[in-house]
Ligand binder design. Structure first.
Ligand SMILES: [Zn+2]
Length: 689
């Protein structure tokens, strides 16, 4: 994943459970004009709850009762269930494709089928043991000097093994249309610097466990006990010094804190012991302006090159290679790796089935050919056309809404409209789908799992390096089209909605417009507001850091937002604990605006495309229930307590309720009394956009 890029993985919740999906291959929802439209998920409703008292419970009560939150999780959702279904569908494709051995060489099917088969061939993987790594381990063993160390770093980087730093392509923060080299910090085994530095029990215990884990993997690779113990102690001490010189997670993810553009000459001055000419030439990278995410960290690496013994470097390099390869080697390596990384660090209670690991490896390396098969089966052109139509409608109504604003300065309004005019919604798969593996000449065989990984990684790294120094390519997505996630890229002013995300129940192209607008439409309109809201005001039309709001706009926005702050301050999850209105302000304004824009779109559309009353629910009722089910996750009380402390989104219940309580349209749709809990009095109703 490209660092330093301002994008958010979206958590748009899923919606209906229409129960008509299959993972057997046929298009899930073939375009069929005669097919009945789908309404809301009536089975999820709690008919005993009153819609005007607690709409979250009304829309979701039966679903929550029937779908217990799995042990160890604080939240459960239709989205999480859809994610599991996505996995099953991808696995079905791979089982099917790998069953055939005569695909044309280098075709997408041959790559994914044979790679998956090589992973599933555990007998061959187990028999090989650590042998596939031997040539590289020997190379590391031959290291005698700092120059040798740097040569091995280059070799390992070519196969995506994280060693000390990474050179990746990123958008230039000051000019996001340019894609430049970005040198980031990395190459430590524990994700957070706290694990190396803090003295609390939890951190100290983790570091001890980590050292034992390194020693065990060293022993599996053939080292003596004494060598392994000494090597592990050296690795931990070395990584500790790197961690000490690195930023904490929050700062490392902050574009402002990691923005240090410099010339190639300045890079050489900053770190004189690193042979950058050797590195850039070997990687075929242009020696032009670049970014160093963490200069202090890079200086520490520079210092280690002159001050640290070759013996320590050798242990560190061998460890980085083994750590990167262990999940793909024989059973003892896989088990040791999973025991530490999955069970101990992440608390996983079950071992990952081999087929799931093999799916993940194939998806990671060959995501594009796998996604092509997925799209052919699960995302028909009619689904893409429908999602595009919804996006166009939402954008048009949002523009009308902005145009009518009275609190925004006319000049600011003009810029907001320009940003919306260029807002890019990418649906399903890229318009010009890159054919990365065409003519790749990468040889993938059914009995060389690790060698396949190295070949695919090398090719991917080489392709990625070719992008550096060129204009940013919008067709290169951060997720594959089969991914069940979506993301917002504030710099590129776009939202990317992969085919794997646009699946029922989240998005059902055969649902009524009322249902589609209430769920997907409202979620999409919410995200569009981020382009022009108080956050979007910090980036101009081309994604450059520039505030285009006036002080007057900002204070008018704040004034109107105060109503929303007060509303959420009044939402309690238990006596004494309520939402932090300021923390959830931006997301709650997004929800309120999203639902309002989607509702207005529906009102306009039903004039030409009437929505039938289905299962006894009017189009308006379908719309609001769809919203309630879209955001209606189940969450433990403990999870809610944690969430209100730090999450900018309200709890599921209040995400559902909050926007609706401000809308007279909701009150009418369910004939609520004026003093009902779901109805805010007219003088306290909030409207920002
Ligand atoms: Zn948002």
């Amino acid at each position: 994943m490209i660092n330093n890029r301002i994008f958010l993985i979206l958590s748009a919740a899923t919606l209906l459970s229409c129960g008509e999906r299959s993972s057997t291959g046929a298009p899930t929802h073939p375009p069929d004009a005669g097919r009945a439209q789908h309404g809301i998920a009536t089975a999820d409703l709690n008919a005993k709850a009153a819609a005007c008292d607690d709409f979250y419970q009304y829309a979701n009560g039966a679903w929550i009762a029937a779908n217990r939150i799995p042990a160890g999780k604080s939240r459960w959702s239709r989205r999480a269930i859809a994610r599991e279904e996505n996995k099953r569908e991808l696995q079905a494709i791979l089982t099917d494709v790998s069953g055939k051995k005569d695909w044309p060489t280098a075709s997408g099917e041959q790559l994914i089928g044979d790679h998956f088969a090589s992973c599933m061939n555990e007998t061959s993987v187990d028999a090989a043991g650590v042998t596939p790594l031997k040539p590289l381990l020997t190379e590391i063993d031959k290291v005698r000097s700092a120059a040798d160390v740097q040569r091995v770093i280059r070799l390992l980087h070519e196969m995506a093994v994280p060693v000390v730093f990474s050179v990746v392509g990123s958008m230039d923060n000051a000019e996001p249309t340019n894609f430049i080299a970005n040198i980031t910090a990395g190459g430590v085994g524990l994700a957070d610097r706290d694990f190396y530095l803090k003295t609390d029990d939890k951190f100290v215990r983790t570091l001890q466990k980590y050292r034992l884990h390194v020693a065990r993997i060293f022993k599996l690779s053939g080292m003596s006990d004494a060598q392994a113990e000494k090597g592990a102690a050296d690795v931990v001490a070395f990584e500790k010094r790197l961690a000490d010189a690195s930023l904490d997670g929050a700062h490392a993810a902050d574009p402002a804190a990691t923005d240090h553009k410099m010339t190639f000459a300045q890079l050489q001055q900053l770190t004189p012991h690193i042979d950058w000419i050797g590195y850039f030439d070997a990687a075929k990278l242009p020696r032009v302006d670049l970014n160093v995410a963490e200069p202090k960290f890079l200086q520490q690496v520079d210092k280690e090159l002159s001050a640290t013994s070759v013996a320590v470097w050798k242990s560190y390099l061998a460890w980085r290679l083994l750590d990167s390869a262990a999940p793909f080697l024989s059973r003892p390596f896989v088990d040791e790796s999973a025991d530490f990384s999955e069970a101990f660090l992440k608390g996983a209670t079950e071992k990952k089935p081999r087929a799931v690991s093999c799916l993940e490896s194939t998806d990671e390396l060959f995501g594009e050919p796998l996604a092509r098969k997925y799209v052919a089966l699960h995302f028909p052109p009619a689904a893409k056309a429908k999602a595009q139509e919804v996006a166009r409608s939402m954008l048009a109504v949002l523009k009308e809404d902005v145009d009518k604003l009275t609190w925004m300065d006319p000049q600011t309004k003009k810029q907001a409209l320009e940003k919306l005019a260029t807002y890019n919604v990418q649906i399903g798969y890229p318009d010009n789908w890159p054919d990365k593996w065409k003519d790749s000449a990468v040889a993938i065989h059914r009995d060389t799992f690790w060698e396949n990984i190295v070949a695919a990684r090398k090719y991917t790294i080489a392709i990625g390096r070719k992008q550096i120094g060129k204009p940013t390519d919008r067709n290169l997505w951060q997720l594959t089209p089969s991914s069940p996630d979506a993301y917002l890229d504030l710099q590129l002013n776009e939202i990317v909605l992969p085919a794997g995300f646009l699946q029922p129940p989240l998005f059902d192209p055969n649902a009524t417009d009322a249902v589609i607008y209430g769920s997907f439409g409202a979620g999409l309109a919410h995200d569009m507001t981020h382009s022009i809201d108080a956050g979007g005001a910090d980036l101009d039309l081309l994604g450059r850091p520039k505030n285009w709001w006036t002080d007057k706009d900002r204070s008018a926005f704040q004034q109107r937002g105060q109503c929303v702050v007060d509303q959420y301050e009044g939402y309690f999850i238990e006596p004494g604990i309520h939402h932090n209105g300021k923390l959830v302000l931006s997301e709650s304004i997004g929800d309120l605006t999203g639902v309002r824009i989607a509702y207005r779109t529906l009102e306009k559309s039903v004039v030409f495309h009437p929505v039938p009353t289905l299962d006894g629910f009017t189009p308006e009722q379908q719309f609001f229930i769809a919203w309630g089910q879209y955001r209606g996750d189940a969450m433990t009380l403990e999870g809610q307590r944690q969430l209100v402390k730090s999450d900018p989104h309200p709890t599921p219940k209040y995400r559902v309720i909050g926007p609706l309580a401000n809308m007279p349209e909701f009150q009418h749709a369910f004939s609520c009394q004026t003093d009902a809990p779901m109805v805010r009095p007219p003088d306290r109703r909030c409207a920002v956009w």
